[in-house]
Design a protein around this ligand. Sequence first.
Ligand SMILES: [Zn+2]
Length: 236
Amino acid sequence: MRKYVGIQGKKTGAILLILSVMSMLVISVLWQGSAAVVSHYEKGHTVMLDPGHGGYDPGAITKQGVYEKTINLQIAQKVKEMLGPSGMGVFLTRGEDIDYVPDGVKGKTTKKQIDLNRRIDMAKEATADVFVSLHVNATASGQESGSETFYHYQSESGKVLAELIQQEMIKIPGMNRRIAKPGDFYVIKNTSMPAVIVEVGYLSSMKEQKKLQQSWYQDQLARAIAKGIANFFVLP
Ligand SMILES: [Zn+2]
């Protein structure tokens, strides 16, 4: 076995060199990627990202046991990482699989409202400039796919933010070309800052369900959301 040591040593050295060059390339690509997201950005803005659901509330569930709450959190963490180097204050309403409903509270609507109110309060307490709630859609038919971004129908600034995010979303290869839509959902209605709900795709679509769980696709979604948010802050 001894005679192979030298050869293996050389091989290992070469592999290590290749690996280190590759990792430097990856780092530089990632760095340029995140720099591109935030190149024209002014410091001082605060973003509250809200990974929808969590804890007792899984959100949409697939037959294969994929939970919406997990995907929401994974993408939110990626958006935070991408916006981080800009110097923006980026916060998450939850960084793990939790909810904000105290023990003993009963009633589906009451529980949901308590949980959402806590998230809305967190945005207010952080004096967030924008509130971005992340979700994954699902329908019974399983026919729909692609992202949808909603703003409160009475909020002009919310509409601008939603349009900027959706503009980036539709650049993702294979994405449906939907426009931002008005809505009357609880979190976008009750937040005091521009607020949007981004439904990043459909868990009910078999094709999209697979992609939504993959890191490379989550990266694309997160980058689109991060760019949309960054663009909102550079508008005159
Ligand atoms: Zn949801």
